[in-house]
Ligand binder design. Structure first.
Ligand code: FAD
Length: 470
């Protein structure tokens, strides 16, 4: 493989081919669940260089693992421990290539950090609505490769819905120039949609044209304590009816999830803490004015209080208070990490069936492991829950994972299937959920997926063993 390293150095410059030293940042996943060994980490600076790297790796038979911000949660973007895989980091491909205010589009390179895309849009008085807790580190290429969702899906859709065009380096080392800003283009198969959500297994995304929106005149955030999941679903229905397209966020947080924030981040104040088994964070965007938004929001919450869907609620007075509310919600994953490893699930179920799903699955898990604790939170507006299972109090987290992961997964994913849901709502499959995908996706769907992989990447160059087994 020495010949390959030399070819890569010639292609991208010796200082951008890393083979020695501490490569933990590229070799270990965000949750520290997997640590591999790369043949090299290569950091091309242009699309042409990406194509050269792909051709060189293909010629040498070295698998290519694309990586953006390395914040993925399903172990899809780090190398395995074979020492044969080349990590292709897109981080240096980070330019904003252009913004077309009249067409409401922005074209950015794959390694552009999500927050930078939001800021570039904002500087032009426009909104790029994709938003998630990892936005300071994750990249637009990674967002598209995983079809990331986040907190605004209820109004704007997920990454796929926000993307109009892509530039992709294929497994043959060619460049597909698909950077269109068109909202209508029915000229055959939609190649863009094949690459979105393919988790680096079909091609390397090097740039994307994304949709922008007018900046709302006002944004208001409220926090409500709700007596039950049924009431949370009723509140969501009411919010849809009363706010229409103004409803931009609807997040659910269980009491135990919030108790972890209170326990591990004592500097944060959890609003309405202990008043009800669940809290909901609602966000409303308004095209008229803050006064109009506040009036509509307060009327909605009054109606919800009257019906008993809500026991108490607060509306943020200003942006800083709104940010504090979001900060509490976004601290849940970090608080869980402080509490110790848990068994994570990123599932979706039709919104109407979520209460029944949780009741049934909670009971099955309690029967299996008495005292087990459920960190239940997520994007209820999209029917997406992070339904995580934590060891009973005083249990050892690592031993818990080892002993129970398989059985807990079987209980949760069988429930998901009974309730017509999905075993991965927004994080993807990576190498973590391969087996579950095989168990829960239909043979016809798996066959079609394998056919697409064979057609686009016949030599299994890109991310082998992720999403689909070889
Ligand atoms: P990476 O982790 O580097 O890669 C992810 C996958 O995409 C890998 O399979 C990789 O091979 C592939 N890939 C990366 N770049 C490219 C490219 N240019 N071309 C082809 N393939 C590529 N996700 C949600 O959907 N919603 C959330 O609310 C959410 N919240 C999160 C909160 C936290 C704190 C964290 C750590 C993660 C969260 N995630 C969430 C996970 C989410 O998938 C990632 O944060 C993000 O989308 C991945 O981007 P990345 O640049 O870090 O990709």
């Amino acid at each position: 493989m020495n010949g390959l390293i030399e070819t890569l150095r010639r292609a991208v410059g010796a200082s951008h081919v890393l083979v020695d030293g501490d490569l933990t940042a590229w070799e270990q996943d965000w949750r520290k669940r997997a640590r591999g060994k790369a043949l090299a980490v290569v950091r091309p600076g242009t699309t042409g260089e990406v194509a050269q790297v792909v051709r060189a790796c293909a010629a040498a038979g070295a698998p290519v693992v694309a990586q953006g911000g390395n914040t993925g949660l399903v172990v899809g973007g780090v190398p395995d421990d074979s020492g044969r895989e080349v990590v292709l980091s897109l981080q240096r491909l980070n330019a904003v290539r252009g913004l077309d205010a009249d067409n409401l589009t922005i074209t950015v390179e794959a390694g552009c950090v999500l927050q930078r895309v939001q800021e570039a849009a904002e500087a032009a008085g426009l909104l790029f609505p994709l938003s998630l807790a990892a936005e300071g580190s994750c990249t637009i290429g990674g967002n598209l490769a995983t079809n990331a969702g986040g907190t605004q899906v209820v109004r704007y859709g997920n990454s796929r819905d926000l993307c109009l065009g892509l530039e992709v380096v294929t497994a043959q080392g060619e460049v597909w120039h698909g950077l269109t800003g068109l909202r209508k283009d029915n000229t055959g198969y939609d190649l863009r949609d094949l690459f979105i959500g393919s988790e680096g297994t079909l091609g390397i995304i090097t740039a994307a044209t994304m949709k922008l929106y007018p900046m709302p005149a006002a944004r208001l955030t409220a926090w409500a304590a709700v007596p039950s999941l049924e009431d949370a679903v009723r509140l969501l229905g009411l919010a849809h009816r009363e706010l229409g397209a103004g409803l931009t966020g609807f997040e659910l947080m269980g009491q135990f999830a919030l108790s972890l924030v209170a326990r591990h981040f004592t500097q944060l104040r959890v609003p309405l803490y202990g008043q009800a088994p669940f809290c909901v964070l609602l966000e409303k965007s308004d095209d008229e004015s803050e006064t109009h938004a506040r009036g509509q929001f307060e009327r909605l919450l009054e109606t919800a209080l009257e019906h008993g869907y809500v026991v108490d609620a607060v509306v943020a007075e200003n942006l800083s208070q709104a940010n504090q509310l979001w900060h509490v919600r976004e601290s849940i994953p970090l608080a869980q990490a402080e509490e110790g490893l848990n068994i994570k699930h990123d599932i979706s179920v039709p919104v109407s069936r979520i209460p029944e799903f949780c009741r049934e699955t909670d009971a099955l898990l309690q029967r299996l492991i008495p005292g087990v604790r459920l960190v239940n939170f997520g994007h209820l507006g999209d029917g997406n829950l992070h339904y995580n299972v934590q060891a009973p109090e005083h249990g050892a987290p690592a031993g818990f994972l080892e002993q129970w992961e398989e059985q807990v997964n079987a209980v949760v994913y069988d429930s998901v299937q009974r309730f017509d849901g999905s075993i991965s709502a927004e994080h993807g499959v990576g190498s973590l959920k391969l087996e579950q995908l095989e168990q829960h996706k239909s043979p016809v769907a798996l066959g079609l997926m394998r056919g697409i992989k064979r057609a686009l990447d016949p030599h299994n160059l890109f991310n082998p063993g992720r999403v689909l087994r070889p």
